[in-house]
Design a protein around this ligand. Structure first.
Ligand SMILES: Nc1ncnc2c1ncn2[C@@H]1O[C@H](COP(=O)(O)OP(=O)(O)OP(=O)(O)O)[C@@H](O)[C@H]1O
Length: 255
């Protein structure tokens, strides 16, 4: 049965005189993998930051797990939400193991439980503990640092994970590699909700069980990748898909 995990009800967000989100409503169910696609400035990051309480809506309601965001303890909520961003800010003076252990430590876990969890997570993101646990972030490649970021986001076993362009700075091959792993990870972690913001149309269509297309703070379409490709709901979505068709045309011409 569908169980709502993240709900927006007529959410409006203004910065000063500028309305960034005019009226946004949607529901994401527990365990869903939702990708968010849209042009620059369309309000993707603003939406994401209202989910973890970094920003409050100007009006309207955000509910997490059926409870209004304002009723949650904000510090507690943030510790129970995983957050993976493009410029992953690992603590440079802490080892990989210590970086992953930050939130469990804040939550007061016993050391033995933390050690076990770190090993398990390094295994999950394919960075063998014996080789990587005691290194410092500067001794890792960008792709490896993103893997650590992913492990850190999963550390305290959060109900949902927010991704803000996590693969944007990586080369194409590393990016495809990590896309596959994130998809597998979601499939293997029962009931974890992923909310993944990206500029990349292929990434959005490959990863998302449903894709949210945003334009100027509005939802143009929120549907499965198949529906979006077969039945684009607006000229904006058509135009977005056409950019990809132009790429394919270029390839055909070059072959
Ligand atoms: N703190 C702020 N104060 C004023 N305006 C802001 C603030 N944060 C974001 N905005 C504006 O809100 C709009 C939406 O920004 P947002 O970062 O959500 O877009 P985005 O879709 O994530 O864009 P991008 O893909 O480029 O990251 C932009 O026009 C931006 O300039």
């Amino acid at each position: 049965m569908n169980q709502p995990e993240i709900e927006f009800e007529h959410v409006v967000k203004r910065f000063g005189q500028t309305t960034v989100i005019p009226d946004l409503s949607f529901t994401i169910n527990k365990g869903e993998f939702v990708t968010v696609l849209g042009s620059s400035g369309s309000g993707k990051t603003t939406t994401l930051k209202m989910i973890n309480g970094l920003w409050q809506p100007t009006s309207g309601t955000v509910k997490i797990g059926g409870k209004e965001l304002t009723e949650h303890n904000q510090v507690d909520l943030r510790r129970h939400v995983g957050y993976v961003v493009q410029q992953i800010a690992l603590f440079p003076h802490l080892t990989i193991k210590q970086n992953i252990a930050v939130v469990p430590k804040l939550l007061g876990w016993e050391q033995a439980k933390i050690d076990q969890r770190v090993d398990e997570l390094l295994d999950l993101v394919k960075l063998p503990s014996d080789q990587y646990a005691d290194r410092y972030p500067a001794q890792l490649s960008g792709g490896q640092q993103q893997r650590v970021g992913l492990a850190r986001a999963l550390a305290a076993n959060p109900d949902f994970i927010l991704f803000d362009e996590p693969l944007g700075a990586l080369d194409a091959l590393t990016r495809i590699d990590l896309q596959k792993e994130i998809k597998n990870l979601h499939a293997s972690l029962a009931d974890k909700t992923f909310f993944f913001v990206t500029h990349d149309i292929n990434e959005a269509l490959y990863l998302g069980q449903r894709v949210m297309v945003m334009n100027r703070g509005r939802l143009e379409q929120f549907a499965s990748p198949e529906t979006i490709v077969q039945h684009p709901a607006s000229p904006f979505v058509e135009e977005l898909l056409a950019t990809e068709e132009r790429n394919q045309e270029l390839w055909r011409r070059l072959q």
